[in-house]
Design a protein around this ligand. Structure first.
Ligand code: FES
Length: 56
């Protein structure tokens, strides 16, 4: 499912980024561009990030 429509980033890509070592929203912004346009995805992207970090 697409999380960030502006940058076409899916929840799967966010999980993959976490698997590669990303552990914070600033890193997600920098590496994938999540939330860098309209910002509407930030809350959900944070949930996906935190859930995947917690599952590790
Ligand atoms: Fe992610 Fe707009 S949906 S910045």
């Amino acid at each position: 499912m697409i999380v960030c429509v502006c940058n076409n980033i899916s929840d799967r890509e966010i999980r993959q980024a976490v698997d590669l070592g990303i552990s914070s929203m600033p890193e997600l912004h920098r590496e994938l561009g999540v939330g860098t346009c309209c910002g509407k995805c930030v809350s959900y992207a944070r949930d996906v990030l935190n859930e995947h970090l917690d599952s590790k």
